[in-house]
Design a protein around this ligand. Structure first.
Ligand code: SF4
Ligand code: SF4
Length: 383
C-alpha cells in the first residue's frame, strides 16, 4: 500500500508568508487530486466562534481567506464556505472575523449547513447510518480546514474531529449523550464521519494553536506551522505525535479497526512541541478494563475528570445549560450549577462557555488511580 503524504511548511505567520506556506502543503494534495478547473469547492473550516483579535478558537480569518483564494487561483469555478457553529450562524462568525466582505468580493458563498439527512456509511464503519449535512455531496471537492487545539474529551481536535461539524447542532448533543463516557464510541463516530465524507483536501492551521483548557477556553501557543494532506486521518496521525500525543484515542481506534493509513512526511517538518494538555478524559477508557458494563458505569464517575466552575468568571449567561445534553446544568442565583450525578462528562459546557469559566478537574480517586497505574508500570518495567 502506498504511503499518504502529509506536507508541512514552517515559519508561516498570518501575514505575507501565509500564502506561500499554504501553497507548499497544497501542492501534494493537488497532485493527488488532479485538475481543479471548473470544479466546485466546499470549505469546511472550524468556526466554533470568534472572540476578537488573537482568538484561537477557530481557524484564523486570514487562513480561511487565503485558502479560498488559493482554490480560485488554481482554477476552481466556485468556492463556498459552509459550517454550522453552535451559537451563531457561519456567515455571522465570518462577519465578526471581519472577512465576510473580502470573501463576498471574491465571489465566495457563505452559508450554514441546513440539509441534514440520514445516509449509509461505508462497509468499514461501525455505525450503519449517520445523519449529516448533505451539502458536501453537491460540490466536487470538500476541503477540511482545522485548527490545532486541545480538546477535553478527545485530547486534541485536528482534521478528523473537525468533521463532527457535519452533524446538526441538535444531533451533536444527542451523540454526546449517546456516547456518554464511552469515549472510544465517540472516536468511532468521528472515524465513521471521516470514512463517509472523505474530504479530498485537508489543511491544519497550527500557526498559533490552543493549549490547556480547549477547545473553547485554552490559551494560545505559537506552533508556527501549517500542514496539509489528501487524507484527514493521515494528517492527524503525523501531527498528534509532534504535539506530544502519540497515543491519540482516534488514532488508537483507527489502528484497532485496521483503517490507519501508512503515512510519510514531506516539506518543512517542525520540531516536536509538546503542548499543555487538558486533564485526560479518563483512565478506564484508556485502560480498556474488561469490567461488566454496570461496574464500568459506576466506576467511571470516579475515574473521569469532572467539569468545575470558576464562579468568579461565570456571568450566568446560561449557554452551558443550553448546550448540556442531559440537562445536568442550570443557572441558580446567576451562576451555573452542576448536578454531577447526571453529568456524562462530555464537556460541551466547557467548550461553549464564552468566559472560560469551566474546566475539567481530576477527582482525587482518578489521581490515586493514575498514581497506582504509574507505580504498576514502573514495577512491570523492572521485571
Ligand atoms: S459557566 Fe460560562 S456558559 Fe455557563 S453561565 Fe457561566 S459564563 Fe455562561
Ligand atoms: S455538565 Fe457539562 S460535561 Fe456534564 S453533561 Fe452537561 S455539558 Fe456535559
Amino acid at each position: 500500500m502506498s504511503k499518504i503524504t502529509v506536507a508541512f511548511a514552517r515559519n508561516a505567520g498570518y501575514g505575507a508568508g501565509l500564502r506561500p506556506a499554504l501553497e507548499k502543503v497544497f501542492a501534494p494534495q493537488l497532485a493527488a487530486y488532479g485538475d481543479l478547473h471548473d470544479r466546485s469547492v466546499m470549505l469546511k473550516p472550524n468556526l466554533l466562534t470568534y472572540r476578537g483579535e488573537g482568538s484561537v478558537i477557530s481557524v484564523h480569518p486570514r487562513f480561511i481567506v487565503e485558502t479560498a483564494a488559493m482554490f480560485l487561483d488554481h482554477g476552481a469555478a466556485k468556492v463556498a464556505i459552509l459550517e454550522n457553529p453552535a451559537v451563531q450562524s457561519a456567515p455571522a462568525v465570518l462577519r465578526s472575523m471581519g472577512i465576510a466582505e473580502d470573501l463576498k468580493k471574491m465571489g465566495v458563498e457563505m452559508a450554514n449547513f441546513a440539509d441534514y439527512r440520514p445516509c449509509f456509511t461505508p462497509a468499514e464503519a461501525r455505525f450503519r447510518s449517520v445523519e449529516i449535512a448533505q451539502e458536501y455531496r453537491t460540490f466536487d471537492v470538500t476541503a477540511d480546514l482545522a485548527k490545532a487545539k486541545t480538546h477535553a474529551m478527545m485530547t486534541l481536535t485536528l482534521c478528523v474531529k473537525n468533521l463532527f461539524g457535519f452533524i446538526s447542532g441538535q444531533n451533536r448533543l444527542g451523540w454526546h449523550l449517546a456516547a456518554g463516557q464511552e469515549f472510544s464510541r465517540f472516536a468511532d463516530l468521528l472515524l465513521d464521519l471521516y470514512l463517509t465524507i472523505r474530504p479530498q483536501f485537508n489543511f491544519l492551521d497550527a500557526i498559533t494553536g490552543m493549549e490547556g483548557n480547549g477547545p473553547g477556553s485554552g490559551t494560545p501557543v505559537e506552533l508556527g506551522f501549517v500542514a496539509g494532506s489528501a487524507d484527514a486521518l493521515a494528517l492527524d496521525a503525523e501531527v498528534a505525535p509532534l504535539l506530544g500525543v502519540p497515543e491519540l484515542l482516534i488514532l488508537r481506534r483507527a489502528r484497532e479497526r485496521g483503517i490507519l493509513p501508512e503515512t510519510e512526511r514531506a516539506g518543512e517538518v517542525p520540531a516536536a512541541h509538546a503542548i499543555k494538555l487538558p486533564d485526560p478524559p479518563g483512565i478506564v477508557s484508556s485502560w480498556g478494563l474488561p469490567l461488566p458494563p454496570l461496574l464500568r458505569k459506576g466506576m467511571k464517575r470516579f475515574l473521569i475528570s469532572r467539569p468545575e466552575l470558576d464562579p468568579e468568571r461565570c456571568i450566568g449567561c446560561g449557554l452551558c445549560a443550553k448546550m448540556c445534553p442531559p440537562q445536568s446544568l442550570k443557572i441558580v442565583n446567576g451562576k451555573a450549577r452542576f448536578t454531577l450525578s447526571r453529568c456524562i462528562r462530555c464537556y460541551c459546557c466547557q467548550e461553549h462557555c464564552p468566559q472560560g469559566a469551566i474546566r475539567p478537574v481530576k477527582p482525587l480517586s482518578m489521581k490515586m488511580a493514575e498514581h497506582l497505574d504509574a507505580v504498576l508500570h514502573r514495577l512491570l518495567r523492572r521485571r
